[in-house]
Structures are given as C-alpha cells and as structure tokens.
Write a protein that binds this ligand. Sequence first.
Ligand SMILES: Nc1ncnc2c1ncn2[C@@H]1O[C@H](COP(=O)(O)OP(=O)(O)OP(=O)(O)O)[C@@H](O)[C@H]1O
Ligand SMILES: [Mg+2]
Length: 91
Amino acid sequence: MSEILAARGVELRYGSSPAVRKADIVLRRGEVAAITGPSGSGKSSLLYCLAGVLPLHGGEVRLEGRKLGDLSDGELSALRRDRLGFVFQYG
Ligand SMILES: Nc1ncnc2c1ncn2[C@@H]1O[C@H](COP(=O)(O)OP(=O)(O)OP(=O)(O)O)[C@@H](O)[C@H]1O
Ligand SMILES: [Mg+2]
C-alpha cells in the first residue's frame, strides 16, 4: 500500500515552548487514524504541521510524496484546498 502521508521527526514550538517533539506518523491509502492525548499535548499542533498550516521547526512532512517544506505558499494553499479537510473544534 502506498504512503499518503509520511511525517518524520516533526517538531513545532511556540516561541521557546515545544508543542510537538519528534513526531512520526505514516498513513497509507484507506487507513483511518485517531490522534489522542490530554488537552495541551499537541494534537492540534501536530495536525497543523501535517496539513501545512504551520511551518515545521524540524523534521519533514510528505503528502502524496510531496515535501510540504519545498512548496510555495501558493502550492500549499492549493494542496490544502484540494486535498485536505478540517473540522475545527469549539472551546
Ligand atoms: N498559538 C499558540 N501560541 C502559544 N502556545 C500555543 C498555541 N497553540 C497551542 N499552544 C500550546 O501548545 C501546546 C499544545 O497545544 P495544542 O492546542 O496543540 O494541544 P491539543 O492536544 O490540541 O489540546 P486540546 O485537546 O485542548 O485541543 C499547549 O501547551 C498549548 O498551550
Ligand atoms: Mg486541539
């Protein structure tokens, strides 16, 4: 099965506060995954990294083989529009 999403060593900080530390995840076509954890553990932050909403401070994310860090703002916007969907939480 081909990898749709492959994230390796993903790191994200807000200022000097780490939110995502060396996260790895691989999803193949047809797989469904749930990211769980306590409030503040970095689930939303990780999703923002996986979707190209926030630039990484370390690691890489590949979506359908394309490394998000190599894409222009316009290419990222098109990818988010065409290939990704978000249901935002309240509260
Ligand atoms: N915009 C921001 N600026 C500064 N710190 C932030 C910001 N967003 C999140 N954080 C911090 O980053 C850490 C991870 O937050 P995040 O929202 O990713 O967690 P979460 O697992 O999605 O939590 P929840 O279950 O409450 O939605 C927390 O310490 C949070 O306070
Ligand atoms: Mg959240």
